[in-house]
Design a protein around this ligand. Structure first.
Ligand code: ATP
Length: 636
């Protein structure tokens, strides 16, 4: 399957995240066995388990004492890969299918068994292969449930390493340091990172195994195959609703194998190895500072001080369900590394995360639906005719009750009625009566709306003639130097967007803003939102020279109409193409591109005001943007 670059463009408006209860980072410790029998024979281990969750380590200050630690789980030197996986990792996977993130990371000194735990070998597969297999299993099981009929699942993967403070794509290796960004929900994103769709475990392996060869590994005195980078595998599970409202839940699983902390006096690192080691140690140092800051509740957590911590932002103090597996070694020569790792693990278990469900609406599906409904807006009459022409058995309930006054129906209301009608055809008598009542109520509602519309249209006409009269009366006192172009704009009653289209010259700044006083009266529906005639007359006096001075204009609009047009603008900002964005008032080519760029990096706008986060969009510009576009959408 062709690779795809990660982008948020496919995500639609983000629904308010639903937060789960805060959860502590789960910390497990795994002790690896001695590698050399010789070492095992000549010295005792510096650390040993004392229970399923506890261990003790010698006290270097007093050899007669030990120091005890307690964690969420302790796995001794005989523990199997299966035990570690089922005990600590499997429990967090279920969150993926409900749109939450999970993160598993292996931490510990070099040579302590991180890669063994995460990756393992063919005979003893580690966390990564086991977790991916189970993700597919879970998806299969969930897809077969009757409640999942309306949902489809997709799984994809990305794989990267942080080497010498550079983020490198392992699926499509290029010498390119990828940027790390976060969206407004603090989700970490890497624009440009390859994302491959995977339909099965074997497909996963076909990408993962060759990509693993791209990892930077080298031999040091302490480990013949030492990871010189931190690697991150991301498995993304997307659950998409097939029908309206096209919800989409996205859960990400981060599987992280950190490079080990190193004491270069013992690794014998020189030259490039020393440089790598410096980068590894300094990022692990920042990691420790991050955990300290979180535990102390500091306002500033230094996530941005290293690429690693930026990437783990979600896992530590962020939105993921996190599991840290601390790997330690029994040899005396590792004593201080082991002690440091245990202290880090002990403080990490105090870190609290706040997982939430990431739910979006599918932009493409919504757009398709919007287009379809636009088409259907042109065909209500046709559909009404069809409903009258329906075969006998379809109308045998009560033709009068069912045939809506289609000529006044909003297409969505019509749609609702037709759906109800269809439903009634296959419904038992008692329920049918209830539905019938609902239809009657809807009809009443429509009737009232129709009356209101008529009344407002009359008001609009009255206001229009009032305006014409007052203009006539005011004409002699108008300054003779009044600009002819202003006059044209006022007199022809054209909507400014039409004016813009027909003019080859770049419109003057003011013209880009709808002049509501002079345009609204000729738009009956637009006028319907203006609260009262008296206000209209008052407002007129403010604009004799075409200047806009309509303060608090939003308060003069009906709140539901205002909200509807705001929603329409927001949806356009989140899903609109370059061309569609350029169709907005006050948005030219440059700003349209900036909007697309911003949403790719940061995700969907949650409110129109988010536009201010884009460079060059000031509060003032936002106000005039809103005014122009809200009035323009209403007028249309
Ligand atoms: N639980 C275990 N059982 C058996 N062998 C193990 C275990 N853990 C680690 N090993 C072995 O110890 C050696 C070092 O382990 P590994 O490479 O996983 O360490 P690491 O922590 O990833 O090191 P680095 O940070 O240098 O990459 C390997 O040969 C590995 O097979």
């Amino acid at each position: 399957m062709a690779p795809k670059r990660v982008s948020l463009a496919e995500a639609g408006p983000v629904k308010k995240p639903s937060h789960s209860a805060p959860t502590r980072v789960r910390v497990s410790v795994r002790l690896r066995p001695y590698i050399s029998r010789e070492d095992e024979g000549k010295e005792g281990p510096c650390v040993r388990g004392t229970g399923d969750r506890s261990l003790e380590i010698l006290n270097w200050r007093n050899s007669m004492e030990t120091m005890s630690y307690q964690f969420d789980a302790f796995y001794g030197e005989r523990s199997s890969q299966q035990e570690v996986y089922t005990g600590s990792v499997k429990p967090v996977l279920s969150h993926l299918l409900s749109g939450q993130n999970a993160s598993v990371f292996a931490y510990g000194p070099t040579g302590a068994g991180k890669t063994h735990t995460m990756l393992g070998g063919a005979e003893e597969p580690g966390v990564i292969p086991r977790a991916v297999r189970d993700v597919f299993q879970m998806v299969r099981e969930q897809s077969s449930l009757p409640a999942s009929q309306d949902w489809e699942h997709s799984v994809s993967m990305s794989y990267l390493e942080i080497y010498n403070e550079k983020v490198l794509d392992l699926l499509e290796p290029r010498d390119l340091d990828l940027p790390i960004r976060e969206d407004k929900d603090k989700n970490i994103l890497i624009p440009g990172l390859t994302q491959r769709a995977i339909g099965s475990f074997s497909e996963f392996e076909s990408h993962f195994l060759p990509a693993s060869q791209n990892r930077t590994v080298a031999s040091t005195k302490l480990n013949t195959r030492s990871s010189r980078s931190h690697t991150v595998l991301v498995i993304r599970v997307v659950k998409s609703q097939r029908s309206h409202p096209f919800r989409q839940l996205t859960g990400k699983l981060y599987l992280i194998d950190l490079a080990g902390s190193e004491d270069n006096r013992r690794t014998g690192n020189q030259g490039i190895r020393l440089k790598e080691s410096g980068a590894i140690n300094s990022s692990l140092f920042v990691l420790s500072k991050v955990v300290d800051s979180l535990n102390q509740g500091l306002a500033r957590v230094p996530y941005r001080d290293s690429k690693l911590t930026r990437l783990l932002q979600d896992s530590l103090g962020g939105s993921a369900h996190s599991v840290m597996i601390t790997n330690i070694a029994p040899e005396q020569k590792y004593y201080f590394d082991t002690l440091t790792a245990l202290n880090f693990a002990a403080k990490s278990k105090q870190v609290v995360n706040k997982p939430f469900t990431r739910e979006t609406l599918q932009a493409a599906a919504l757009k398709r639906q919007r287009e379809e409904s636009a088409q259907s807006e042109n065909a209500p009459k046709k559909r009404a005719k069809e409903s009258h022409d329906r075969p006998a058995q379809m109308t045998d309930v009560s033709p009068t009750a069912l045939s809506p006054p289609v000529e006044v129906c909003d297409p969505s209301v019509l749609e609702r009625l037709l759906t109800l009608e269809k439903l009634m055809m296959g419904t038992p008598e008692k329920e049918r009566l209830n539905l019938l009542r609902t239809v009657q109520e809807s009809r009443q509602e429509i009737k009232k709306l129709k009356e209101k519309q008529k009344e407002l249209e009359e008001q609009a006409l009255a206001a229009q003639s009032l305006l014409a009269e007052s203009r006539k009366a005011a004409a002699p006192s108008l300054p003779s130097a009044s600009s002819p172009s202003d006059e044209t704009l006022f007199m022809n009653h054209k909507h400014p967007s039409l004016l813009r289209k027909t003019s080859t010259a770049k419109p003057k700044k003011q013209q880009a803003i709808v002049s509501p006083l002079l345009v609204l009266p000729v738009q009956p529906l637009t006028h319907a939102i203006v609260s009262c005639k008296a206000e209209q007359t008052k407002m007129k006096s403010h604009v004799p020279e075409g200047k806009e001075n309509w303060e608090n204009w939003e308060t003069r609009l009906d709140s539901s109409v205002l909200q509807k047009s705001r929603d329409r603008i927001l949806s356009l900002l989140n899903t609109g193409s370059l061309k569609e964005l350029k169709g907005l008032q006050r948005i030219g080519d440059k700003k349209a591109k900036l909007i697309i760029g911003w949403r790719e990096i940061n995700g969907a706008f949650t409110q129109v005001e988010d536009l201010q986060k884009i460079e060059g969009i000031s509060a003032k510009l936002l106000t005039s943007f809103l005014k122009a576009n809200i009035l323009s959408t209403i007028a249309h």
